[in-house]
Design a protein around this ligand. Structure first.
Ligand code: MN
Length: 452
């Protein structure tokens, strides 16, 4: 089997008719984002001819659950187990001397790369698919790997958005040691398992490379960078060897995040790229903010954690969804077989604790399909009474991305909607009536000249 990489996976998708190529010349400004966003739920795409650069762009690689499962070589029923198992049992990743990404070594010039400008009010190109790896200054054996948006300022400077999570903590540790910089590797063009692991909630101190390596059955290989003290995947397409300048802040934004709205403009650290490693015929990977791929990569591991947490309190949970309309991040729909009154409310509490960004949880019975939001709404309309079935929790910490929350303090109001049938009422009253079917009506319909 070939080593897991972005290009091998794209080739596989193409062979299976899950990816296509665009040969017309297209611009990084709006044109590539527009086409990718339209195609993303159906196909991954390669743009062979880019107006502004000689490097082709691959996009929408993880735009569907099906393609992510294909990358992990599993059926969808095994997806949560695969993610949870990798989070629980990270596998130490081997470090190798050489890798494809070292084919070309050159001085930084970010203008050479087809970095996209995505939305109407954007002022800067943004790198959105890069994984950032940094060693812990306290223990260099361990690194943190995470995805951060990078705003291109000039040939070798970027602004990086660092929310107060693990990379932020590493920056604080470096500062406490009296350092002005933190070395990082910015790797672009990676196998989906690496992106999925980098956006997963692994605890501090666990290298997300090792989580990815478990997902890839030990096949991930890393190299040590040459000009900075950081490790990166040996078969990435492109690596920017860089340093975060801890004391230099610049205005970061405007940028559209997972909600599809513009995030606040903030002062964020400056990054200086010191050197570039890349494959000879490198491919640039794009990822459309607020697209399906963004939501799935951010949400899937959280969905797995919510599923696990709900299963601990209600073993009869059937399905969990971070919905697309809920930005793949803020809304959860849970279906379950309620055994005792109160199970549904316990499920709501479990979901809030498993993923602190969740704002609204809807719990439905097992006859409701969590992927059919019209049916979920039908359950709210026919099985829910706000005075009995609504839980409201005021002034709790939520997502910094929700424009309706207090973005200064991070406080929000959360609500749980219990749209399950009360156990003390006759179930038949709440069941959807069906029209009986027989072979004759099926035959008549199948002969009609349109698809139902
Ligand atoms: Mn981490």
């Amino acid at each position: 089997m070939k080593k897991p990489s972005l290009r091998e996976f794209f080739n596989l998708l193409e062979k299976e008719n899950k990816a296509l190529r665009i040969k017309e010349e297209v611009s990084v400004k709006f044109e590539i984002p527009f086409i990718t966003k339209k195609l993303e739920p159906y196909k991954a795409v390669m743009f062979e001819k880019v107006k502004e650069a000689k490097i082709p762009v691959v996009a929408g690689i993880c735009g569907s659950r099906e393609r992510i499962c294909r990358a992990l070589n599993i059926n969808e029923e095994k997806l949560y187990d695969k993610i949870l198992e990798a989070l629980k049992n990270p596998l130490k990743t081997k470090i190798v001397e050489d890798g494809e990404v070292k084919e070309v070594k050159e001085k930084p010039n970010l203008k050479k790369f087809p970095i996209l400008i995505h939305y109407n009010c954007d002022k800067y190109p943004y790198v959105t698919s890069a994984i950032i790896s940094a060693k812990n200054p306290d223990n260099e054996e361990v690194e943190n790997v995470s995805i951060h948006r990078l705003q291109v300022l000039d040939e070798k400077h970027l602004a990086i958005r660092i929310v107060p999570r693990h990379l932020y903590k590493l920056c604080q540790i470096a500062k406490d040691k009296g350092k002005n910089t933190l070395d990082i590797a910015i790797s672009i063009g990676n196998h989906p398992a690496i992106l999925l692991a980098a956006s997963s909630p692994a605890p501090f101190g666990v290298s997300e490379f090792d989580v990815a390596n478990r997902m890839l059955n030990g096949e991930l290989k890393l190299i040590e960078c040459e000009n900075v003290n950081a490790r990166a995947p040996a078969n990435s397409e492109i690596i920017f060897e860089a340093r975060i300048l801890l004391n230099k802040l610049v205005e970061e934004g405007p940028f559209v995040d997972i909600t599809g709205t513009y995030d606040a403009v903030r002062l964020q650290p400056l990054v200086e790229v010191v050197n570039v490693l890349r494959r000879n015929d490198c491919i640039y990977q794009a990822l459309i903010p607020a697209g399906f791929e963004h939501k799935l990569l951010m949400g899937l591991a959280r969905e797995a954690k919510i599923w696990e947490a709900v299963r601990n309190v209600v073993p009869t949970v059937k399905a969990v969804r971070l919905t697309d309309g809920g930005c793949g991040w803020l809304h959860v729909v849970i279906s379950l077989k309620k055994q005792i009154e109160g199970d549904s409310k316990n499920a709501i509490l479990a979901a809030f604790s498993a993923h602190p960004s969740v704002k609204h949880v809807i719990v439905v019975d097992e006859d409701i399909d969590v992927d059919n939001l019209s049916t979920v709404e039908w359950a709210l309309a026919t099985r829910f009474q706000a005075d009995e079935d609504l839980i409201i929790i005021k002034n709790v910490r939520g997502s910094s991305l929700d424009p309706s929350a207090e973005q200064e303090t991070g406080l929000t109001c959360k609500a749980g909607f219990d749209a399950t049938i009360p156990l003390n009422k006759p179930k038949e009253k709440f069941e959807k009536a069906k029209i009986p079917e027989n072979q004759k009506v099926k035959d008549i319909l199948s002969k009609l000249n349109f698809k139902i």
